[in-house]
Design a protein around this ligand. Structure first.
Ligand code: AGV
Ligand code: CA
Length: 313
């Protein structure tokens, strides 16, 4: 088996963010050194509470959970953000009536700085929401760059975006759009970036096939938990629309445990920080290199997701 990697996880409390935390806790080759929650595509207090309850219910160790005090430029629709309350209220997470995983005193970006500096060797950063906390951490403590193995980020897309908002041309992916300046700041660093972009996540939509598999295996508590989490998201049946849900963050997360489920290539690119295309990632010869995750094997992805969920039983 591959070596155990230290991973610090910053997420924004959507359904696939919280499922990603559950998945990370099952990976034998990952040790979480901390978790933090930013209120972008979700809400802060239920996001921190759900994270602690997932750690309590499904973890064999208890990383600290920190709350972000970062705020973005372009807010997410409230209808999407409400998903956090749904996951936090699931009966399986509330059976014990307690929250034992420790809550950090420091705000997320400072907590991440502390954990990076305290952890032996280098840490992989996993971000499944906007990069605001990382941009602030780099401004406050530039020395952390040397302690970062790489950043694995769900963000961006070169062929298309997924923002459907007034005053925007639709070319950006939401995690970049929420705080385009933060992504722009991180692009100025020397950190190695694995960019899990819309080109690969579009291959793994929430559809009726995966729902059926969860139902068939619901005798495993972890598989039942997956089905219950995603029960608040409509499946892709006829055609994509603004509510269609993909396994964006879960694909990003599983690419850490099993790098063979995705394909990458180096692309030079920039982030547009403002204007009608703000948050767009654009290929550009003199841009900074990223490892662009452009493809995945959906069968291997779904099998690995279910395998991890079964382990938690
Ligand atoms: O753009 C994908 C990011 C991921 O980090 N998020 C959801 C994932 O957690 C924003 C998003 C785009 N479309 C959405 C989103 C939708 N239809 N519902 C909820 N969130
Ligand atoms: Ca997310």
């Amino acid at each position: 088996m591959s070596q155990v990697q230290s991973v610090y996880f910053n997420h924004d409390a959507g359904v696939d963010d919280l499922v990603s935390l559950f998945m990370l806790l099952q990976m034998e080759n990952v040790k979480l050194t901390g978790v933090s929650v930013i209120p972008a595509d979700g809400y802060l207090e239920p996001g921190a509470a759900a994270s602690r309850k997932i750690i309590d219910r499904f973890g064999t160790y208890a990383p600290e959970v920190a709350r972000s005090n970062s705020r973005g430029k372009n807010p997410f629709p409230a209808a999407w953000r409400m998903h956090t309350f749904y996951v936090d209220a699931l009966p399986i997470l509330n059976e014990s009536g307690k929250m034992e995983a420790p809550l950090a005193e420091l705000p997320a970006h400072r907590h991440m700085i502390q954990q990076l500096l305290q952890t032996e060797g280098k840490t992989t950063l996993l971000f499944t929401g906007p990069l605001t906390d990382l941009a602030r951490a780099l401004d406050e403590a530039p020395e952390i760059e040397d302690k970062i193995e790489k950043l694995v980020w769900m963000g961006g897309g070169f062929a298309h975006g997924n923002v459907d908002e007034p005053e925007h041309d639709g070319s950006a992916e939401w995690n970049v759009f929420w705080d385009p300046e933060a992504a722009h700041r991180v692009w100025q660093s020397k950190i190695v970036i694995d960019l899990v972009a819309l080109e690969s996540t579009i291959k793994v939509p929430l559809d009726l096939n995966i729902r059926k598999r969860w139902s068939t295996d619901r005798r495993y508590e972890g598989v039942d938990f997956l089905g219950n989490c995603y029960a608040c998201c409509p499946p892709l049946v006829h055609m994509e629309n603004n509510s269609t849900y993909y396994f964006w963050d879960v694909l990003t997360t599983l690419s850490i445990g099993r790098p063979d489920i995705v394909q990458k290539k180096v692309v030079n690119c920039v982030v547009i920080p403002d204007g009608p295309s703000q948050g767009r990632t654009v290929e550009q010869a003199d841009g900074r290199p990223v490892n662009f995750v452009y493809d995945t094997n959906p069968t291997a992805f779904f099998d690995y997701m279910i395998e991890l969920a079964k382990k938690s039983a």
